[in-house]
Design a protein around this ligand. Structure first.
Ligand SMILES: [Zn+2]
Length: 204
């Protein structure tokens, strides 16, 4: 049975044992395009990936299943070398601790996502980045594009073109890197991890 066959079984819940870690060669491969129209198997895989992100952000479920919290997952992290990513970026609570009106600032399963244009300006998260496939902290600014325009197909088979900035832009770039065999620390300046390039936006 293929890894995908196992993961898309109705009874399967993705947990940390399904996620491969750095050193596994699949994380360094350029993943292959998903065939369109989407197969049921690829649609279910995307839904399972999104469910994992939801579970990982639910304190009770995450504790029970031993999940690290995540805002994005790419199919290669499950040892499936296909161009599929899921992103789930929650909005913060308001100042009084009430839940936000819109729970998520970005919630999408993207098939064959592609950056079709980007800003000249670079950006990095002030706190650096982490990855479910990297079990250690790697400090430093991960230099990315500040703004990107991304084209992708959704699970209904519809094509979209969206503009992203801020944290959402960083998350999607991190996940698209995974389908191109790139890990976040590849983008940290090796000799000076906290170097700030001219005009680089630091996102806090
Ligand atoms: Zn990652």
């Amino acid at each position: 049975m293929s890894v995908q066959d196992k993961i898309i079984k109705a009874s399967h819940i993705i947990d940390m044992t399904d996620i491969i870690r750095e050193g596994n060669p699949t994380l360094r491969q350029v993943a292959t395009d998903v065939e369109l129209p989407l197969s049921d198997e690829d649609i279910i895989l995307g839904e399972k990936m999104m469910q994992f992100l939801k579970n990982s952000q639910d304190p009770v479920i995450a504790e029970k299943l031993g999940l690290r919290g995540g805002v994005g997952l790419a199919a290669p992290q499950l040892d499936i070398s296909k161009r599929i990513i899921a992103v789930l970026v929650p909005n913060p609570e308001d100042a009084e601790g009430n839940p936000p009106a819109e729970p998520y600032s970005l919630q999408e399963i993207m098939y064959n996502p592609k950056i079709i244009s980007h800003s000249v300006q670079d950006a990095a998260l002030g706190d650096g980045e982490g990855c479910l496939s990297v079990d250690r902290e790697v400090p430093g600014y991960v230099v990315r594009h500040s703004r990107v325009t991304v084209e992708y197909t959704d699970k209904q088979g519809e094509k979209h073109k969206i503009k992203l900035r801020g944290y959402n832009s960083i998350v999607v770039q991190h996940e698209i890197d995974h389908i191109n065999g790139i890990l976040f620390y590849d983008r940290i300046n090796e000799s000076n991890p906290f170097a700030i390039k001219d005009g680089m936006l630091i996102i806090e």
